[in-house]
Design a protein around this ligand. Sequence first.
Ligand SMILES: *Cc1c(COP(=O)(O)O)cnc(C)c1O
Length: 381
Amino acid sequence: MSWQQRIAAALDERRSVNALRTRIVGESDATGFTHQGQRYRNFSGNDYLGLSRHPAIVEAWQQGAQRYGVGSGGSGHVTGFHQAHHRLEQTLAEWLGYPRALLFISGFSANQAVIGALMQKEDRIVADRLSHASLLEAASLSPATLRRFHHNDVDSLQALLDKPLTGQQLAITEGVFSMDGDRAPLAEIAAAKRNALLMVDDAHGIGVVGEGGRGSCAAANVKADILVVTFGKAFGLSGAAVLCSDDLADYLLQFARHLIYSTAMPPAQAHALQTAVTVIQQAEEQRATLQRHIARFRRQMVHIPLQLADSQTAIQPIIVGDNQRTLQLAASLRERGLWVTAIRPPTVPAGSARLRITLTAAHTESDIDALLEALHDVTRE
Ligand SMILES: *Cc1c(COP(=O)(O)O)cnc(C)c1O
């Protein structure tokens, strides 16, 4: 098969199962998505606390750009490591109770870098089977053996960890699962992990879950060996950090290629993130509002004949199953002025296409009620 044929065949296959991915040009804020001149109520974002346009954070980014320019000018290993990065790493480490934090340009690259740097051929990665693509892809690209345990099933995790092995093991899970909204049993997992290193990706928990927004591990009173937090969700910006021991941080500085061979994040962004940490620490009111919206939504969904996933977080998926039906529901909601994204395999397991509804503190009660009314209506079509 020629390149052209191979590419065309892959696209055709996606189209034939209603799974072709496309992007839509638009402008989003926490509660709205504007597309072709029309504003929709947005229930698809990850801006859980409504911080992406927070005036103090926007101002900090502007101020940072004025002071430090718009780019870092190089890898952190050369001349790109600025005082603003250093200060942010120290703040994050102190806030989350670790000796060290290392900044990354994205959560995807942090996961790739950590797994790529750690794993060797005789090792085993034992990961929750619903882990994010950035984790599973890094794991399958690594020389180690990847075994996936049943979702949130500690017995299944333990059975895999107990299999004979000459090398080391890395146990991987998420604090809050991105497509399901449920939370990992972190205390049980930490108790079951034996000699494995525990890596927790808390992209959807940091800022939202736990006292002061410290995330899923803090809420479960668990200290992961490697904690990955990202700034593209509740923080409202982008970027990520890996929290770990001194030795592991020094090791990653030697072997994490995404750190070494990539331009450091702009110092202005680190400066803005510094302000975002302070805002997050004080965001009790936003966290409480979000919880009220979640409770209101779930209470009313009882009366609507759709299969709501068992989630207590901002991610409230409705499991539909069929791709075509999921797309239809999303289109019907769009006609009613609501932006809800249809998530299809392979992002989620086959036969579990869903509407991934996300709530944010920036929504009003009338936004939630409009969503409920529209969901009610579309089930009667
Ligand atoms: C979004 C996400 C990532 C990727 O983070 P980015 O900063 O967006 O690259 C990693 N892990 C999980 C669980 C995520 O949801």
